[in-house]
Structure formats: structure tokens, C-alpha cells
Design a protein around this ligand. Structure first.
Ligand code: FES
Length: 102
């Protein structure tokens, strides 16, 4: 079990190991676009991981490929649908809204 804190609201929720950040964010009642339904195909779920990056699953090839197509991507970027909580660290994410690059 880890906590995920969501910025800018500051809402914090407990998340089971194996849960995607997208599911965690939606379960917290936050809005995050996910046009392709979580398949690393649209990039609309792009977020920044501000803390606890090591507590997430590694970035695999489809996520890398999609991130490469998004404007405004940086070292903290992840696709929320692809990043799964490992349960080893607490995590802080930042929702980007119109700054998501889409
Ligand atoms: S929901 Fe489409 S890439 Fe994450």
C-alpha cells in the first residue's frame, strides 16, 4: 500500500500495489483525460511525477514511444495509464490540464 498525492488539489489517497496512476487519480475523484482508455495510444493522461518515481513500474516501449510525440515532456513525465504503483514508496503526481501538450 502506498499513498498517492495529487497536485494541484493536494488530495491524498491510499492505493493498492498494481493500481495504475490513472485508476488512482480517477478513484480520488479527480479529472484526467484518458481518450484511448488506457492503452498508451493517445497521450492525454500525461502527468508529472513530482516524488516517488521509484515507486512506479518502469516505462516500457509503448509509453516511451507515445511520450516522444507529446509537447512539454520532461524527466518527470509519465502516462498515468501505464505507470503502476509498486507499493514501495509514496508518490506525488501533478495533473497538467492544458499543459499536458495536447
Ligand atoms: S489513456 Fe491514452 S495514453 Fe493513457
Amino acid at each position: 500500500m502506498s499513498t498517492v498525492t495529487i497536485l494541484p488539489s493536494g488530495k491524498t489517497i491510499e492505493v493498492q500495489e498494481g493500481t495504475s496512476l490513472l485508476d488512482a487519480i480517477l478513484a480520488a475523484g479527480e479529472k484526467l483525460m484518458h481518450k484511448c482508455g488506457g492503452n498508451a495510444e493517445c497521450g492525454s493522461c500525461h502527468i508529472f511525477v513530482q516524488a516517488g518515481k521509484k515507486g512506479l513500474s518502469k516505462t516500457a516501449a509503448p509509453e516511451h514511444a507515445r511520450l516522444d510525440t507529446i509537447v512539454g515532456v520532461g524527466s518527470k513525465s509519465r502516462l498515468a495509464c501505464q505507470a503502476k504503483v509498486l507499493g514501495t514508496e509514496d508518490i506525488t503526481v501533478e495533473l497538467l490540464g492544458f499543459a499536458s501538450g495536447l
